[in-house]
Design a protein around this ligand. Structure first.
Ligand code: SRM
Ligand code: SF4
Length: 585
């Protein structure tokens, strides 16, 4: 059944052949990495390297100049390090901190899927860096590629006990869905055995793995910081009156990515499918993945995500297919409520006698600047911290599990390095998120991580003037429509259209349960503030008690709630495939 026999008319995408013939993701990687005549690797090898957590990139700031000089591009690699639920130890942090300086561009990027990224890793540094990452018991296995990615999990500090239970489930899902091939160890760890000698087969994936990437999250209500509706498969933790975890509502078929003006591509909110017990959760994940393995579209990578399998075939079909494989029916979904998608900054008391400090890190970029030596400061904290760190799904950092005895020392370090001041930013900034984009992302059409902070500064002036400094509005920017910053779930989103131009989207729900709608295409960067300023004024003057900005933009008629895929695109005349109605919860 793998690849699916349902799509015989169209030829398989070339990546399917590449995977099939790669001998479990080996291809010519060993040869190409050893080749010192180029700073990069051939494209086919790049496709396979993604499964090992590595992307070939080049510094796009230097492209034009180097082209003019007739020189090779400034090639380097991005390495993504998985950490289930974003949990890592201080020792691991210290190792990554040192590696960022010795083997990468001196920064650590906290991603919005609770992973780490290194940028600017030169070819000769790649293998030593990956070895060191593994030495501290982290890895880059399947951090990218057509396979299950890092499993996200809410790091809710208020319910430390529940968090301890759900993270175990997230880790069990991770382990079940890891690739079984020894290729990674062979290529990067000189064949060293890290996990034992499994046979060379892929019982879950088969030798062509999945049609496309696959993303799983675990949410703990009332917080929807993992943006559950944006992911292929989601689990909403359900606890009993005593706070004990009893199971999960299962969600399927969410996704963000689309392409400008390709109406057959669209963001989609996940659907609630049913309820499973804690002991069923891993099996459910495995079988969901296997259905997508067999029925996902392997002919067209723009139509290969699980959301299209669900949108095309319907939830009833999927339920039948899944339950047939599980051998039991899912239960009726339990009641739950989400209130927000953001992080709780500062100190929060846990339920187990420890406390947690969430530190705002703008767009997840941990670096030292003369004004704000954040990377060095976190290093000092890591040297003394006895608990753990948790990366948040909003690209921030939680210093977690701080005991009463330890807390004064951590507080002193936060103050001494002015880290606590970062959390005093405006509510708009604290709820902002940008994807990486330029200069490393090869797909970026416009700036994002480097531009959003500047734009927020300008918008803050307008918000302040309108009396909205402390009003949280979820604002997100991406350099292209692929949706890495989950922009279609932001109350205000700017999606890169061309250099210096953005499509502006409005109207998503504050709790992440409603997608936004295209308001204005191709807005020049210098027109973004004039565009939003009158809306802020009107919102301040006319909002109803408790009304969120996203809801207001709909009530005030700026946009209508998203109904069809056409609402995301500039051209609306093309026939639209059936879309999921708004709001899954
Ligand atoms: Fe992403 C591709 C960065 C989260 C949808 N994403 C990329 C690449 C690897 C560019 C490439 O393919 O050449 C970007 C690397 C840039 C760089 O220089 O680092 C990139 N994505 C990121 C990160 C680092 C953004 C961030 O600033 O945090 C996030 C890494 C997460 C992680 O740790 O695994 C990241 N990407 C997402 C998300 C959000 C999420 O998963 O919660 C999405 C939307 C959700 C979804 O998948 O539907 C997302 N990334 C994409 C897509 C579009 C996929 C699609 O369905 O069409 C691409 C392009 C592709 O796959 O072809 C992409
Ligand atoms: Fe790159 Fe586009 Fe993703 Fe931003 S949204 S990181 S520009 S692929």
């Amino acid at each position: 059944m793998n690849p699916t026999s349902d799509t015989p008319a169209k030829p398989l995408h070339k990546n399917e052949l590449l995977k099939a013939e790669s001998n479990f993701l080996r291809g010519t990687i060993a040869h190409d990495l050893a080749d010192t005549s180029s700073g990069t690797i051939p494209e086919d090898t790049n496709q396979l390297m993604k499964f090992h957590g590595v992307y070939a990139q080049d510094d796009r700031d230097l492209r034009n100049q180097l082209r003019k000089e007739g020189k090779e591009k400034a090639f380097s690699f991005m390495a993504r390090i998985r950490a289930t639920g974003g949990v890592c130890t201080p020792a691991q942090w210290l190792a990554l901190d040192a590696l960022a300086d010795s083997h990468a561009n001196g920064t650590i990027k906290i991603t919005n899927r609770q992973s780490f990224q290194f940028h600017g890793v030169l070819k000769g540094n790649l293998k030593p860096a990956i070895k060191e990452i593994n030495r501290v018991l982290l890895n880059t296995i399947a951090a990218c590629g057509d396979i299950n990615r890092n499993v996200m999990c809410n790091p809710n500090p208020l319910q430390s006990g529940l968090h301890a239970e759900v993270i175990k489930v997230a880790e069990a899902i991770t382990q079940r869905l890891l690739p079984r091939t020894r290729t990674y160890h062979e290529l990067f760890l000189d064949g060293e055995l890290v996990a034992g000698g499994e046979p060379e087969e892929e019982p879950i994936y088969g030798k062509t793995y999945l049609p496309r990437k696959f993303k799983i999250v675990v949410a703990v209500p009332p917080h929807n910081d993992v943006d559950i509706w944006a992911h292929d498969l989601g689990y909403i933790a359900i606890s009993d009156d005593s706070g004990k975890l009893i199971g999960f509502n299962v969600t399927v078929g969410g996704g963000m990515g689309m392409a400008h003006n390709q109406i057959e591509t669209f963001p989609r909110l996940a659907d609630v499918l049913g309820f499973c017990r804690v002991d069923q959760a891993v099996d459910v994940a495995e079988k969901v993945v296997m259905v997508q393995r067999d029925f996902g579209d392997r002919t067209d990578r723009k139509h290969a995500r699980f959301k299209y399998t669900i949108a095309d075939r319907g939830l009833a079909w999927f339920r039948k297919e899944l339950e047939g494989r599980l051998g039991y029916e899912l239960g009726t979904p339990r009641r739950f409520e989400f209130t927000d998608t953001g992080d709780r900054y500062g100190w929060v008391e846990g339920s187990n006698g420890t406390s947690h400090y969430t530190l705002f890190i703008e767009n997840g970029r941990v670096k030292d600047t003369p004004e704000y030596p954040m990377k060095s400061a976190i290093r000092e904290i890591a040297k003394v911290h006895r608990g753990d760190f948790r990366l948040t799904p909003n690209q921030h950092l939680m210093i977690a599990g701080v005991t009463a005895a330890e807390r004064p020392r951590i507080e002193q370090l936060l103050q001494a390095h002015r880290l606590d001041a970062a959390n005093g930013a405006s509510a708009l900034r604290l709820n902002s998120m940008a994807c990486v984009a330029l200069p490393t992302c090869g797909l970026a059409l416009a700036e994002s991580e480097r531009y959003l902070p500047e734009l927020v500064t300008l918008l803050e002036t307008e918000m302040e003037a309108a009396g909205l400094r402390d009003d949280a509005i979820v604002i997100r920017m991406t350099g292209c429509p692929n949706g890495c910053g989950r922009p279609y779930l932001a109350e205000i989103a700017m999606v890169g259209r061309a250099p210096g131009k953005y499509n502006v989207y409005l109207g998503a729900a504050f709790d992440g349960s409603r997608l936004n709608t295209l308001y204005k295409p191709s807005v020049p960067a210098d027109q973004l503030v004039p565009l939003l300023k009158p809306m802020f004024r009107q919102y301040a003057a006319e909002r109803q008690p408790g009304e969120r900005f996203g809801d207001f933009t709909i009530r005030a008629g700026y946009v209508k709630p998203t109904g069809t895929p056409a609402d995301f695109h500039e051209k609306k005349e093309a026939p639209a495939p059936a879309a999921k109605p708004v709001a899954a919860s």
